[in-house]
Write a protein that binds this ligand. Sequence first.
Ligand code: ZN
Length: 75
Amino acid sequence: MGESENSRKEAAAKIIAAPGKFKICESCGSIVVKKADVCPNCNAYRFDASSAAVIAQAELLAARAPLSVEHEDYN
Ligand SMILES: [Zn+2]
C-alpha cells in the first residue's frame, strides 16, 4: 500500500511549504518544530533554522527509504 511512504511525503511537503516553522538539529539532522527548545531525538540544542537547510532536509526525508519493518508486511 505504501501508506507510510505517502504520509512521509505529505509531511515533507508540509515542511517544504512552511520551512519557517521548522529547524534542523545540527547533531542528528532531525527536522523539529521551531518552538522546540531541544531536539526530541537526541536532546541537542543547536539548530540550523535557515529555510534552505529545512527544505533540503525535508527533500532528503521524502526520498529516503523507509527504515521500519512495514515492508515485511507487504512482501
Ligand atoms: Zn537531534
